[in-house]
Each structure stands twice: as structure tokens, then as C-alpha cells.
Ligand binder design. Structure first.
Ligand code: FAD
Ligand code: NAD
Length: 475
């Protein structure tokens, strides 16, 4: 514990080495705190080892298949060769890349003087954590670590349907798919949230037959409706079958594959779908069960998420929480921000609370869907008064040259003032294009600031400036 007469340089124990945990550890160590991180799987957490990094690496291969397909339209003679993804090779690359990134983070933390323990932790008091290190001798007592504060950043795990247990052979969750050595003949993806849509899109581009089971009217409920509609149109054009308004009741193994039993309006004419493999992507559950939190007074929600305030503090003042286990926006960037906020609060450093209305995020489907700030739904509901412009890339000269047929940029500007408050980009590499709008939203730029900024001719970003120009208000 810290001596009260010296400058307050606290000790911090972090459970979980994902973006919420490792980012906090880096910042805290840099500011002089004594930091211990306990991680049971590997540094980088699920984000690096099983979720963000592996999925985006798979998607990079899928995107290169898209570009090979497109190359024919652009006059490249590929002969009769059918491009084929070698899944064993793809899987090896994914695991190597994720492993290397995890080791990089481990080394970076140790260079900063952070003590890293690979093992399982539980909270035993407001200042104490019990750790079972993977290295400990069998039957050894857990080590007790005492510190000024604890940060819980334990993430989430795939939600399982009791009637669709993943077996890692034919029925998968998103952590298991990388073991596939062959492209599935017919993959049925259950769940059309971001995870389901990204995997369905990727396997479709990789050449598999894909059916996406979507319990709602459209894929990506909760995202920009225009973007989701366009994505569905692209899915249809590429032969990706969306089973809309269908819930998966169960997934069972058949002699040579799987059968997904359906319910709901959409199931009237197809009560089940047969495929070779199924991927269940129906959301996540926080890894808080058995962690000892409630026993020490940390309140959880009914769903098991840790309740936190604007500075990542739980209901026990010495215990903070960050990332997916808090049930706030489940994004690596948000987890890292929550971790940084916790550290800033603990160390009395300058602190900016989480500002969700500035958040930029991207859905890595083909095309990508990037969003920042205020949404169309918030404008339609009257929560924000905004002028909205949507400009399709169809007329953009660079898009034409590159064979980009679908996509658009949408900008929301505050009515009256013309301040940029949000935007959507649907395009290949939308994740990169959104930065200009994110900069405008964060720094409260005017549409004229975007419009007056030189863009390269020809460029996709020219459409962002053009959209802003159309929102100009004559005084
Ligand atoms: C398929 C998929 C793709 C995604 N893609 C993106 C993306 O492109 N961009 C984006 O921003 N977000 C993405 N996300 C979301 C992102 O993965 C999460 O928001 C992020 O991982 C949250 O970070 P975290 O630190 O809270 O938890 P995690 O990354 O889950 O890390 C928590 C770690 O804590 C460990 N742990 C748990 N309990 C204990 C314990 N008792 N003792 C020791 N260790 C413990 C876990 O093993 C885990 O390694 C994706 C999610 C999924 C499922
Ligand atoms: N690119 C990214 O940033 C990225 C990628 C993946 C995930 N994520 C994050 O992870 C979080 C979780 O996303 P997710 O897609 O895993 O979960 P989700 O909860 O957003 O979506 C799950 C979907 O499955 C549906 N569903 C549930 N049971 C079903 C059933 N029996 N049959 C058919 N459909 C069913 C739900 O209605 C829901 O639409 C998101 O909040 C997102 O922020 C981010």
C-alpha cells in the first residue's frame, strides 16, 4: 500500500489483458504506478487472440479475393484460373499474426515495468486479488496481491444457445472458426449483428455458399438503415442468402453437416436450412461469473455486466471496470478509453469522460460501413435537429476508375449552425475515409471547413467535401 506522506503513486492490479486492461496498464505504468496484470489466455486478450485481430485478418484475405474478382472488370486477364483461398494457409497466417501481436504487447508491458502474470484471478476484497498462476505447482495456494486499486477488464465470451452447442467441428462460435482447414461448402451464420454480418460477408467473398439467419426485418439492426439496406442488396448480388425474420431454434448435426431449425414469420416456407457448417454469432455474455465481485460489494446488472459511472468506477470506490464486461459499447477503442479514464481518475490526472457521441466505428463487411457521431435514427426521432445529405459514390470519378459501384457518404450538420455532428461512409476502406468526418465532429468544424479543404482530384474523399458543400447555407 502507498505511504500517505509521499507523492501518491498508487499500485494497481488489473484483471484481464485485453484493450481495456493493457491500455490502462501502459498508461498507469508510464505515470509511475506499480502495475500488475493478470491474464489467463495471453496478452491482448480476446481482442487480439480470438476476436478483432483474427476476424480482420480473415477479412483481409476475403477482401483480396474481392479485388481479384474486380481485376477482371478492370481488364486484367487472369486466364481460366479460379482464385481459391487456401484455408489452412489463411488459418496459419491468422494465428501467427495474432500470436505475434500478443507477444509484442507482453514485451511492451514488461519494458514499462509492468508485472505480468499468466493465470486466473478472482477478487477477494476491495484491495485484494487471488491469483492462480499457470506456472504454479499443483495444489499451491493462490498468491494474494494487495493494491490501492483494482481494474476489472475481463471481457465477454460468445453467448451459447442451449440447443446449438458449438462442437468446433461443424458447429462453431466465432473463436473456433479459424480451425477450419477447408472452405465450408455451405456455411449457415446465425445472428445478423455486426459479428454475423462480418463473417457472412467474409465467407461469401472467400467463395463459400452462405446463408445468414436474421431474426429481424433487415441485417444489422441498430445500424444506419440506408447502409444496412445497401449491404443487403450487395449480399443478394453476390448470392448471399439472407433468411430474414427467422430465429434459429436449434442447430443439430446431420450425417454430413448441420440442420438449423427456424421459427418466426420468415420460417413459414422454410422450417429448416441444411448446410455443411454453422457459425453461431448471437452476442456475448460478460466474464463476470465466479469472479467474486458481488461478494465484495460490486453491483452487477441482471445480465452480469459491471455497473460503472462516467469515470469507470464501480460501486466499490477502489474497484474500477472497463471494456466489454461493463456492457457499454462493445468496441476495443471504447474498452481502451474506459481503461485510460480509470487510470486518469485513480492518479488524479486530467480526465475527459467517455463521449459516445464522438465515437467512430466500422463494420468490416464488403463494402465497409463506417459511422461517427449522431445517427440517422437520432435525427429521425427528433433528438437532434440536423440537415442531412447523402451523396452516392456512383458519380465520383475515382470510384468509377476503381470499379466501385456501390456506396455513399452521408453527413449530418446541426440545423442553423452548420456544425458537422455525424456521418456515415459506405465503401471499400470506409474505415479510412471516415477519419475526415470524425475530425470534423470531434472539433466541431463547420460544413464549410470540410468543403473548403483541398481534396486530391480524383479521390473518394472528394465526395466528402462535395457532400459538405451541398450543406452550405447562404447567409
Ligand atoms: C468477432 C469480433 C470482432 C470484433 N471486431 C472488432 C473491431 O473490428 N473493432 C473493435 O473496436 N471491436 C471489435 N470487436 C469488439 C472487441 O473485441 C471488444 O470490444 C474488446 O475485445 C473488448 O476488450 P476488453 O479488454 O473488454 O476484453 P477482452 O479483449 O475480451 O479481454 C479480456 C481478457 O480478460 C481475460 N480474463 C477474463 N477473466 C479473467 C480472469 N478471471 N483472470 C484472468 N484473466 C481473465 C480473458 O481471457 C480475456 O483475454 C469485435 C468482437 C468480436 C466478437
Ligand atoms: N467491427 C466491429 O467493430 C465489431 C465486429 C464484431 C463485433 N463488434 C462488437 O461486438 C458486439 C456484439 O456484436 P454481435 O454481433 O456479436 O452481437 P449482437 O448482440 O449485436 O447481435 C447478435 C444478433 O443475433 C440475433 N439473435 C439472437 N438470437 C438469435 C437466434 N436464435 N436466431 C437468430 N438470430 C438471433 C440478435 O437479434 C442480434 O441481432 C457489438 O456491440 C459490436 O460493437 C464490433
Amino acid at each position: 500500500m502507498t505511504d500517505e506522506n509521499t507523492t501518491f503513486l498508487p499500485s494497481l492490479t488489473i484483471i484481464g489483458g485485453g484493450p481495456g486492461g493493457y491500455e490502462a496498464a501502459m498508461v498507469a505504468a508510464k505515470l509511475g504506478a506499480t502495475v500488475t496484470v493478470i491474464e489467463r489466455q495471453g496478452l491482448g486478450g480476446a481482442a487480439v487472440l480470438t476476436d478483432v485481430v483474427p476476424s480482420k485478418t480473415l477479412i483481409a484475405t476475403a477482401d483480396s479475393m474481392r479485388r481479384v474478382d474486380l481485376a477482371r472488370d478492370l481488364g486484367v486477364d487472369l486466364g481460366d484460373a479460379e482464385p481459391r483461398a487456401s484455408m489452412a494457409e489463411v488459418g496459419r497466417r491468422i494465428l501467427e499474426l495474432a500470436g505475434e501481436q500478443s507477444r509484442d504487447i507482453h514485451r511492451a508491458l514488461e519494458r514499462r515495468g509492468v508485472r505480468v502474470i499468466l493465470g486466473e484471478a478472482t477478487v477477494t476484497g476491495p484491495h485484494t486479488v487471488a491469483v492462480r498462476s499457470h506456472d504454479a505447482a499443483e495444489g499451491a495456494e493462490p498468491e494474494t496481491i494487495t493494491s490501492d486499486a483494482i481494474l476489472v477488464a475481463v471481457g465477454a465470451s460468445p453467448r451459447e444457445l442451449p440447443t446449438a452447442k458449438p462442437d468446433g467441428e461443424r458447429i462453431f462460435n466465432w473463436k473456433q472458426v479459424y480451425a477450419l482447414e477447408e472452405l465450408p461448402e455451405h456455411l449457415i451464420v446465425v445472428g445478423s449483428g455486426v459479428t454475423g454480418a462480418e463473417f457472412a460477408s467474409a465467407y461469401n467473398r472467400l467463395g463459400a455458399q452462405v446463408t445468414l439467419v436474421s431474426s429481424r426485418d433487415r441485417v444489422l439492426p441498430g445500424e444506419d438503415a440506408d447502409a444496412a439496406q445497401l449491404l443487403e442488396h450487395v449480399f443478394q448480388e453476390h448470392g448471399l442468402d439472407v433468411a430474414a425474420r427467422c430465429r434459429a431454434e436449434s442447430v443439430e448435426r446431420t450425417a454430413d453437416g448441420v440442420r438449423v431449425h427456424l421459427s418466426g414469420d420468415g420460417a413459414a416456407d422454410r422450417p429448416y436450412i441444411d448446410g455443411s457448417h454453422a457459425l453461431v454469432a448471437v452476442g456475448g455474455v460478460p466474464n463476470t461469473a465466479g469472479l467474486g465481485l458481488e461478494e465484495v460489494g460490486v453491483e452487477l446488472t441482471e445480465a452480469g455486466h459491471v455497473k460503472v459511472d462516467g469515470v469507470s468506477r464501480t460501486t466499490v470506490p477502489s474497484i474500477y471496470a472497463a471494456g466489454d464486461c461493463t456492457g457499454q459499447l462493445a468496441l476495443a477503442s471504447v474498452a481502451a478509453m474506459q481503461g485510460r479514464i480509470a487510470v486518469a481518475h485513480l492518479l488524479g490526472d486530467a480526465l475527459k469522460p467517455l463521449r459516445p457521441h464522438l465515437l467512430a466505428s466500422n463494420i468490416f463487411t464488403s463494402p465497409e460501413i463506417a459511422t461517427v457521431g449522431v445517427t440517422q435514427e437520432q435525427v429521425d426521432s427528433g433528438r437532434y435537429q440536423a440537415d442531412v445529405i447523402r451523396l452516392d459514390f456512383a458519380t465520383n470519378p475515382r470510384a468509377k476508375m476503381q470499379g466501385v459501384k456501390e456506396g455513399f457518404v452521408k453527413i449530418f450538420a446541426r440545423q442553423g449552425s452548420g456544425t458537422v455532428i455525424g456521418g456515415v461512409v459506405v465503401a471499400p476502406r470506409a474505415s479510412e475515409l471516415i477519419y475526415a468526418i470524425a475530425l470534423a465532429v470531434t472539433h466541431k468544424l463547420h460544413v464549410d471547413d470540410l468543403a473548403d479543404t483541398f481534396t486530391v482530384y480524383p479521390s473518394m474523399s472528394g465526395s466528402i467535401a462535395e457532400a459538405a458543400r451541398r450543406l452550405h447555407v447562404r447567409l
